[in-house]
Each structure stands twice: as C-alpha cells, then as structure tokens.
Design a binder for this molecule. Structure first.
Ligand SMILES: [Zn+2]
Length: 245
C-alpha cells in the first residue's frame, strides 16, 4: 500500500467520523436515536449486559508480568452487533461509544497503565478498512487513563490468515511470531495496556504480549470491549511458551 493510499483512507475515515459526530446520537447496535450519555437504546441495552456481578475475567493475572484480561461484556447481542458494524460497516464513529464502555471497564477493574498500545492491522487490511478499530479504541482509552498512546509501537511482520476461519490450534500457530515491537523505548519498563475490540481465542493478544514482554515491557494487561466466552480461559492460561524462539 502506498503512503498516499493510507492518507486517503485516513482522511475518508475522519470525514465519516466527523459527519456522524454532527448527527444526533444513535444506538451503537441499531442506530435508534438515544440520549447523548447512552451507548445503546433500551432494547439493545438488555442484550449487552456488562460483567458486573463477578470481576472481569482474568482481571487478576497469573503473574506479575501478565496482568490479565479486562473486558466490558461477553461478545453477544447488541454489543456484538455494534462491534461488527464498527469493524465491517465503515463506522469509525462507533469508536467513541465503544471506547467509553472499554474505558469504564478498565476503570472499574482498577487498571493502571503507562502506555496504551493497539493490536496492529496488517497494512493491506488497514487500506481496505481505512482505519484500525483497535487504534481508535486505544486513543480513547489512553486519553481516559492519562497514559501515553503508542499506536505504532507494535507492527505486524507478516500477514496472517483471517483468524475467524481457523480452529483454535491453528489460530495460535497462525499468529505466533507475527508481531514485533517497532519502538522498544516506548514500552521498556512500562505497564502496557494492550487494546483490541474482541478476544476470541486470545491467540492474537498472546502473540502481541510475547513481543511486548520480549522488548522489556514491565507488564501487559489486555483490554477488550468484548470477550467470546470460549476465548477467556485461553487468554488466561496461554503460556509464554507460545513465544517463538
Ligand atoms: Zn438499539
């Protein structure tokens, strides 16, 4: 992808976001008009229930360096629909309401971070979509946590097959070693909040974590808007041995 195509894509994404920002607030799940402080309409809110009665899964990490996973809610109902629209429906404006949910979950879990890093997209997919949904969420979270924002700290060193089409075992193999830290000085000895929209098997997050810890990060906390239930255990238990040597 040429730099000019990146710029064109970014400008288009900004224009879409700006246009939406001027229109009345609408439900992230279905576009019904809502109050400015809400994310979902009443009907959708009933299907997007946050983790409240128990701590977010894995918020207490197994080790000092792996500080665990914080998610707003399970990947289901209107939240899943909102995330699909955000990623695949040319709706970068949904970063604001979804980012607000993620920031709230991070605050509730007492997350402390020095630097906020999004899971990067491969440049080809970035050109197709026009924006990296994880980076838009990460900007919102960094602002709210008063942490520095490092959107280019990680890079994808090779394109990987679409994770959604692969089995759990193949997903781990698919992404192992797919990420590198571009700027180690941004993460060394720092507590990193690693941002993605969804944790499915956790394979992508684990591969990013391995790269960050390998570059000297003090700890890595995963912050995702939604967790597919099948993915939570794996994120919690995925071993550092997944690291490629
Ligand atoms: Zn709705």
């Amino acid at each position: 992808m040429s730099p000019s195509r990146v710029v064109v894509a970014a400008v288009r994404a900004l224009a879409v976001a700006a246009g939406r920002a001027l229109s009345p607030p609408s439900c992230a799940g279905c576009d019904e008009p809502i109050a400015d402080t809400a994310v979902f309409c009443a009907d959708c809110a009933r299907t997007a229930l946050p983790y409240t009665e128990r701590p977010p899964p894995g918020a207490i990490g197994a080790s000092a360096a792996d500080a665990g996973l914080v998610a707003f809610a399970p990947f289901a109902g209107a939240l899943a629909e909102g995330i699909r629209r955000f990623k695949y429906g040319d709706r970068p404006d949904l970063a604001r309401p979804l980012g607000r949910l993620l920031l709230g979950a991070a605050r509730d879990a007492g997350v402390r971070a020095d630097v906020v890093v999004p899971v990067p997209l491969h440049p080809r997919r970035l050109a197709e979509r026009g924006y990296n949904q994880a980076a838009l969420l990460a900007a919102h979270v960094a602002d709210g946590l008063a942490a520095s924002f490092a959107p280019r700290a990680l890079r994808r060193v090779r394109s990987t097959a679409q994770q959604a089409q692969l089995s759990r075992d193949l997903r781990l193999l698919n992404v192992a070693g797919a990420f590198r830290v571009r700027a180690p000085e941004r993460v060394q000895r720092r507590r990193v909040a690693l941002i993605d929209d969804v944790a499915t098997t956790g394979a992508t997050l684990a591969a990013c974590r391995d790269a960050l810890l390998g570059a000297g990060a003090a700890s890595v906390t995963y912050l995702v808007v939604a967790a597919a239930e099948s993915g939570v255990d794996e994120v919690r238990s995925s071993p550092p041995s997944a690291r490629r040597t």
